[in-house]
Write a protein that binds this ligand. Sequence first.
Ligand code: PMV
Length: 315
Amino acid sequence: MNKTIIVSSPGKLIIGGEHAVVYGRRALVTSIGMRLYMQLIEEEQDKKLINVSFHDTNKTYSIDLLNLNELYPIEIQAIIFIYNYFKSNNQINLQIRSDIPIGAGLGSSAAFSVCLVGCFYILNLNAINQEDINELAYKVESLFHGTPSGIDNTISTYGQSLIYSRTLKTHINFHLSNLAIIDTGIPKSTKKMVDAVRLFVENNQIQAEQILNNIEICVDTMVKHPEQMNQLFQHNQQLLKDLGVSRIEIDNIIQKLAENNISAKITGAGGGGCLIALTSTFTKNQILDLLKDNHIKSIQFVECGVEGLREEQTF
Ligand code: PMV
C-alpha cells in the first residue's frame, strides 16, 4: 500500500539579534502564522525515482536517482540528500505549497528543510522527534546557506518563541500585538550579508565586538522589559546599521515611520527583504499611505508564537 505523510511548519521573525547570533550571541525569535505544507507519498514499487511538484511556482521535477546527470536547483539537491540519507529505495512523490514568501527573511528555506526531514523521518520512524529532525534540518539548511546559526530551522521545528544562541534554546512566552511585516520588495541574499558582516568583523574587531555585545544586551532587555520594545527596536536597528546591513531605502522607510512614532527594524539578514514594525493603532491602509513613495511590496500583520512542525490530515 502507498504511504502518505503530510506535515507543515512555520516561518519566523527574528525580533532581535540577527547577525550577532552568528557570533554566538543570544537572539529573540518567534514563529509566525505563515506555514509551508509538504505531502510525501511513497509508492510501493521499487523504483529510485522522486517526483516533485512546487505548487506556488508550478515547477515540477522527475529525478531518476540511478541516472543523475543534471545540475539540479538547491531544493532538489536537498531532497536527493535526504532521500539518500534515509536509504530510500522506493518511488517518492512530493508536493509543496507555502504561505511564506521566498527570500524575504521569513524562514521559507528553513520551513522547507524541516518539513522535508519531517516527512522522511515520519515515513521511516513513525514519530516526530524534534531534536533529531532539527539536527538533520540544520544540515539541509547548511546546503542552502553555508554555516547558518541554526536559528531558522530551530524555530520552525519547535515553534513558539525562543531565546536562541548556538548553545542555548529557551522557550519564552512572548507576544507582541500590532506587529507588522513590511516587505521592502528589495531582493536580498543572506549569504552576501553574512559575508559582508564577517568582513566588517575581521577588519574592525574591537568596534565589531562592542556592536555584537550591545545587540545581545538589547535582546536581553527585550525579554526582560517588553514595555521598552519601541526604543529597543530603534536601538537594535541602529546597531544593525553600524554593522552595515541597512541601506538608504530601508533607512528612508524607517525614518518615515519614526516621524509617525512607529518603531521599525530589519528582521533577518537585511540589505533588503523585510522589516518589522510596532504599528500601535495604525491600520494597514494608513501605513501603506504613509509609505506610498517608498515602493514597498506589502504589509502584513501576523500572529506570533505558533506551533512548530506538525502532522496534517490534509494537504
Ligand atoms: O535568512 P534570514 O534573512 O532570515 O537571516 C538569517 C539571520 C542571520 O542572523 C543573518 C544569519 C543566521 O544564520 O543566523
